[in-house]
Design a protein. Structure first.
Length: 52
């Protein structure tokens, strides 16, 4: 994310809340199927990338 100059705040619109973004980034929460698809669309990758 840093290599593309994205900040956690950039993902709030994709994920839905700042708190959820921070939980995901810190590994305190797992990506849901819906979140994985939204992030995949945002980053132009396959959803499975986030479900590992």
């Amino acid at each position: 994310m840093e290599s593309n100059n994205y900040q956690p705040s950039d993902l709030v619109e994709v994920i839905g809340s700042r708190q959820e973004v921070l939980k995901l980034m810190e590994g305190q929460s797992s990506f849901s199927q819906s979140q994985s698809q939204k992030l995949a669309d945002f980053f132009e990758v396959e959803p499975e990338f986030f479900l590992r």
